[in-house]
Design a protein around this ligand. Structure first.
Ligand code: ADP
Length: 188
């Protein structure tokens, strides 16, 4: 099963994606997590990604496409995986198509998590206090919303046209949201 999660910053993608991956028994592949680990370990990839991430901008397509290409070629992804935070641009979506074509695989479902702007802001500001994520400052948050609207939202139409998009209400407790996600995936 190949599942893609799309949602604005603060929508709870990470939490829900991790849970759904465990439930489906497929690897959880978060480009944000991979990049953050690279930054922590101060690898060449981390050094390249840090300035983009800290400004709330996207890391260049070629960089993340390479990361995902390598990761989904690993044996544990043979039965599918859950992509969290990728694709985030139309170019990444096209690259994913090519990667999957090469493996005779296709996307089963794209889940959009919808949360209103006021709640997103509230969640992100509380996360910045709890986790101290470097990109959770007010300026960076505003920039990430702008980037989401301009670069990532166009993907919703892209996947809607292919009839794989399902939008899920992301308001409420994590358990409530997860129940909706599960129902969506089960109906597929
Ligand atoms: P959020 O959805 O809260 O912004 P993520 O952990 O998914 O959190 O992403 C954090 C940052 O990592 C992004 O703002 C961006 O700089 C970088 N990033 C993650 N995934 C991608 C991607 N697919 N393309 C480009 N940049 C990415």
């Amino acid at each position: 099963m190949l599942v893609v999660f799309i949602g604005p910053p603060g929508a709870g993608k990470g939490t829900q994606a991790r849970r759904l991956a465990a439930d489906l028994g497929v690897p959880h592949l978060s480009t944000g997590d991979i990049l953050r680990h690279a930054i922590e370990r101060d690898t060449p990839l981390g050094r390249q990604a840090a300035s983009f991430m800290n400004q709330g901008r996207l890391v260049p397509d070629s960089v993340v496409i390479d990361i995902v290409g390598q990761r989904i070629a690993e044996p544990d992804c043979a039965g599918g995986c859950l992509l969290d935070g990728f694709p985030r641009t139309i170019e990444q979506a096209r690259a994913l198509d090519e990667l999957l074509q090469g493996r005779a695989a296709s996307i089963d479902i794209v889940l959009e998590l919808r949360v209103d702007r006021k709640e997103l802001l509230r969640r992100m500001l509380s996360r910045s206090q709890l986790e101290g994520r470097a990109d959770d400052t007010p300026e960076t948050i505003a920039q990430r919303f702008e980037v989401y609207g301009r670069q990532t939202e166009p993907l919703l139409d892209f996947y809607r046209d292919r009839k794989v998009l399902r939008s899920v209400d992301g308001m409420g407790t994590p358990d409530e949201v997860f129940a909706r996600i599960r129902a969506c995936v089960a109906a597929k």
